[in-house]
Design a protein around this ligand. Sequence first.
Ligand code: GH3
Ligand code: MG
Ligand code: MG
Ligand code: MG
Length: 292
Amino acid sequence: MLIADDDAINRQVLAELLKPEYTVLLAKNGEQALERVARHMPDLVLLDVMMPDMDGYEVLRRLRGDPDTAQTAVIFISGMDRPEDEANGLKLGASDYIVKPFNATVVMARVALHLQLVRQRRMLERLANVDSLTELANRRRFDALFELEWQRARRSGRPLSLALLDIDCFKQYNDHYGHPAGDRVLRAVARAAGAGLRRPADLAARYGGEELALLLPDTDAAQAYQVAENVRAAVAALQIAHQASSAGPLLSVSIGGATLDAHGAESKAALFEAADACLYRAKQTGRDRVAW
Ligand code: GH3
Ligand code: MG
Ligand code: MG
Ligand code: MG
C-alpha cells in the first residue's frame, strides 16, 4: 500500500504500524503519490488531505480520472475532523475517512477491511469476465471489448480484425475420447490461441462451447490472417490424436476472419457475420484452414 502525507512524522508512524503486515510505499506530496500509484499500482492508498501544492482531494480526483487507477481504494487520513469534511471526502469517492490523531488498532482494522473488499471486487470481476474452463475472456468480456474496439476503430479509421475459431469434428472427439478429454483439448487450444497473440490489445475469448474469438485491434487483414494462421499451425503442432475425425488423424481447428477497413461502412454485426461466413467456408473446403 502507499502512504501519502507531507508530514514526515505521520508517514513514519503509519509506516511503522503497517510495515509488519504489509508492503509499504511512501510519498511526501501529491505529485509523488500519483507517480508511485501509477508505477506500483498499490491495492490501497492512505492519503493525507492537507498537503502543499497538490492536496489529497486533487490526488483522488486525478486517480479517478485515469482508467488505470479509477478503482484504486483510497482512505483519507486527515486532521480535518468536521463531519462535513468526512462526508465530502466520501462523496469524492474515497473508500473511507480516518480522522487524525488516529487510533492504531482502528487504522489496522479499517485497512484490513478495505483490502478484503479489494480482493472481493477482483474476484467478482474475474467471475464476471473470465471463462473458468479455459481461463480466456468469456463471452460477456468479448462483447464489451468488441463494442469498445468497434467504436474506437470507427473513430480512428484504423482497421479492426475479428477471427472466429471452431474445433474440427469436436463432437466426434467427445464421443470417442470422452467429455473430460474434450475439456482438456479445449484448454490446450485456448492456450495455443492466447499464445498466438502478439499485442497487449489483442484478445482471445471463449465465444461459445468450442468456439473462440480473436479480436485484433489496429490489425489489417494480412496481419490478422497471419495471426490466425499461426494459431491454426500451433494447434496442429500439438499433434493431438483424433482417430474418430473425418478431417484427419490429428485434431485441428478452422478459422474464419474479417477485417473492418478504414472508414468501412459495415455494422458490427456485419463484421461478425462476415467472419462467420468465412468460418463456414473453411469448414466446407476441408477444415484445418484459415479463410478470410
Ligand atoms: P465441425 O468440424 O463442423 O465444427 O464439427 P463439430 O463436431 O465440432 O461440430 P460443432 O462445432 O457443431 O460441435 C460442437 C461440439 O463441441 C459439440 C459439443 O459437445 C462440444 N462442446 C461444446 N462445448 C464443450 C465443452 O465445454 N467441453 C467439451 N468437452 N465439449 C464441448
Ligand atoms: Mg498534511
Ligand atoms: Mg461449433
Ligand atoms: Mg466444431
